[in-house]
Design a protein around this ligand. Structure first.
Ligand SMILES: [Zn+2]
Length: 281
């Protein structure tokens, strides 16, 4: 499942390739599962719009769209664009956003094809259909704070006093968005905190350490281009990801890189959590 760093990498790839291009036409498949807005509304919103910006909100890809007709050639309208819109894509478990040449064979499980004025196509492919496509007029907000933007004070305040295990709190997208299973485990390892500890039992100082660890892990993964262990590809359709060296995630029974103790795995709310019983308290 793509986490924040993978989505950030995909967003940067898309930004380079499609910003400034115009969506000429949209084809939407017959499967309803990925559509969180009606198909006709998605097509109607996208068609004729220019892609002004691509950015990330949590694990969502947000395309900022401007109405092309209101921007005469060579002129920049300073007036607010009443036809601005947002196209929001969540990749779910197996979703991919691919920039393709029209001659490229259409992959199985393609749910949307946006043909651009440049001749290229933006395709959304998702075999398992946990991905989501929607359109919004403005101000899309997935909830939660952005871990790379939030202040230390605010981060600590979010987690302090919670009765749930710290790992569950980290995965709660309504608190901090975009931190998934892999990066939660790696952040807790660096902060020296066991995943099962109740958030309420963690000191302010430790939460400060966790705040820095989360940001450090996410930044490192972004600089490596994401560290996904699943099989998706970047905006070019190429394998674009390098694996961040995991210290605990997926390493049950293997020696801790710091102390040599065997890494343990516990299941917390249905998700595997990995930790070093010596380095993490
Ligand atoms: Zn250790």
């Amino acid at each position: 499942m793509p986490e924040l760093p993978e989505v950030e990498t995909i967003v940067r790839g898309l930004e380079r390739r499609v910003v400034g291009d115009m969506i000429e036409s949209v084809w939407i498949g017959s499967r309803k599962q990925p559509l969180k807005s009606p198909a006709a509304l998605i097509a109607g919103t996208l068609e004729g719009k220019r892609i002004d910006r691509v950015h990330r909100a949590g694990k969502h890809i947000v395309f900022e769209l401007k109405s092309f007709a209101t921007l005469p050639k060579g002129k920049r309208s300073e007036k607010p664009d009443n036809n601005a819109a947002q196209w929001v894509v969540h990749l779910g478990m197996t979703g991919r956003m691919v920039v393709s040449e029209p001659s490229t064979e259409i992959a199985k499980h393609t749910h949307l094809i946006a043909t651009l004025a440049s001749g290229r196509q933006l395709r959304f492919v998702d075999p398992r259909m946990f991905g989501k496509l929607s359109v919004h007029s403005a101000g899309f907000d997935p909830g939660g704070v952005e871990p790379l933007e939030v202040s230390e004070e605010r981060f600590i305040a979010l987690f302090r006093g919670r009765k749930t295990p710290i790992k569950s709190a980290l995965l709660n997208q309504k608190l901090a968005r975009g931190v998934g299973n892999i990066y939660a485990d790696e952040s807790l390892f660096r902060a020296g905190i066991r995943p099962r500890r109740r958030a309420a039992a963690i000191t302010r100082k430790e939460l400060g350490k966790l705040y820095r660890s989360v940001r450090e892990v996410l930044r490192e993964a972004i600089s490596l281009g994401g560290s996904s262990v699943s099989d998706y590809v970047d905006a070019d359709g190429e394998e674009g990801f390098f694996q961040l060296q995991h210290h605990v995630y997926g390493r049950e029974g293997e020696p801790c890189h710091t102390c040599g103790t065997a890494i343990r795995r516990v299941v917390l709310v249905g998700r595997s959590s990995h930790y070093c019983p010596k380095c993490q308290k």
